[in-house]
Design a binder for this molecule. Structure first.
Ligand SMILES: [Zn+2]
Length: 373
């Protein structure tokens, strides 16, 4: 095996902290009649001992980068985030903004334009915003250098990320996926920013994905730009959890099989009891979970998804078809396994027929942790 090299600091000392074995690319949705087997690739998280960045060890997949339907929870969070940044005085009137977007969609530019900012594609900007874009860069060092070079002298870099502390604490092992190269702790990101002369200034936390952080950073040495209490609190939380310690990841690895077994056993039980169960959310975390749980269409006959591009295809690594959400209303299932918990409020509202017919929504993530209690 090649010696690993950190995507951020280029050092080679580190530990394999999460190993999901060989997995299909989670964005490769084959035609329904494609019998497979789908190509699989190692899916492993490596923790750099030098800078502390948790990252994909290797990724031989070619991203398909489908723009899925944008969940209402993501849209609402963007509104909240832009409002909080504005109230902190970080959005200068008529200031220039540049966005590094996520391939999954979810731009903040419209919201920022409403606050008087002017978008620009080139040159420096007063505000550089990166909402889940940074993690898609295989070369983290280069991607960070590119972003900070665009920040005007007294400008601000806004980075939003699904916190590594959330992934560890909530045992979200299936957050690991091909195409997402970095899993940031505030601690590792602070170290990365320091190498380019930047320092975190303030941060905000959101419930999205169980715990998401928006960090505002600027060049060091400017008056009053040291980390504030919100940043220090995140760093202290990281330290308590041990985000730089491979031992902190042990529960994450242990939960992989426990979670998968819990899902398989629950689906088997429901089928034995003669109850009809369908799924919702053909997301990347569903792919890893279903593959580990060896769930096929016998146990879960269909997974609905709001993205029309996925309809008529099947889930990677299994034979479960992806269908239009209208199928849920028509089929009156006894239960719908929800693979993306952030969607709960949205789907209860958009598909009221499920509960009206006596069905219930079941959180695929909680199903796993319950088995551990
Ligand atoms: Zn490193």
């Amino acid at each position: 095996m090649d010696i690993p090299r950190c995507r951020a600091c280029r050092e080679s000392a580190g530990d394999l902290v999460l190993d999901l074995g060989d997995q299909p690319a989670c964005d490769y949705f084959p035609e329904l009649d494609d019998p497979g087997p789908d190509p699989v690739y190692p899916l492993q998280m490596w923790l750099c001992s030098s800078c502390g960045l948790a990252q994909l060890l290797a990724d031989p997949t070619v991203p398909e980068e489908p723009k899925g339907a944008e969940p209402a929870a993501l849209v609402a969070q963007a509104v909240d985030a832009v409002d909080r940044v504005d109230r902190a005085g970080l959005l200068p009137q008529n200031g220039v903004v540049t966005e590094y977007g996520s391939p999954h969609g979810g731009s903040w530019l419209g919201l920022l334009a409403d606050r008087g900012l002017v978008p620009a594609d080139s040159g420096q900007a007063d505000v550089i915003v990166d909402c889940f874009g940074f993690m898609h860069a295989a070369d983290q060092q280069r991607a960070l250098a590119e972003r900070v070079a665009r920040v005007a002298s007294d400008g601000v870099l806004l980075l939003q990320y699904h916190a590594l502390s959330t992934i560890i604490r909530q045992r979200q092992w299936n957050a690991l996926r091909h195409g997402h190269f970095a899993y940031y702790s505030t601690t590792a990101l602070t170290a990365m920013l320091a190498t380019v002369g930047f320092s975190p200034r303030t941060a905000w936390q959101f419930d999205l994905y169980g715990g998401t952080v928006l960090l505002a950073a600027s060049r060091r040495g400017e008056a009053g730009t040291g980390p504030d209490a919100a940043v220090l609190s995140l760093l202290q939380d990281d330290a308590r959890l041990g985000v730089r310690d491979p031992a902190a990841f042990a529960d994450l690895q242990r939960d992989v099989q426990a979670h998968a077994t819990a899902l398989h056993d629950w689906l088997t039980g429901e089928r034995s009891a003669g109850r009809k169960v369908l799924g919702y959310g053909a997301a990347s975390r569903a792919v890893a979970l279903l593959c580990h749980a060896r769930v096929n269409r016998e146990l879960l006959p269909a997974i609905a998804d709001a993205s029309p591009a996925k309809h008529g295809l099947r889930m990677p690594g299994t034979d479960i078809p992806v269908t239009d959400p209208a199928q849920l209303a028509a089929n009156q299932p006894d239960a719908v396994v929800l693979f993306v918990p952030d969607l709960l409020a949205e789907v209860r509202g958009s598909i009221p027929e499920v509960e009206a017919a006596g069905g219930r929504w079941v959180d695929a993530e909680t199903l796993g942790s319950r088995s551990l209690q």
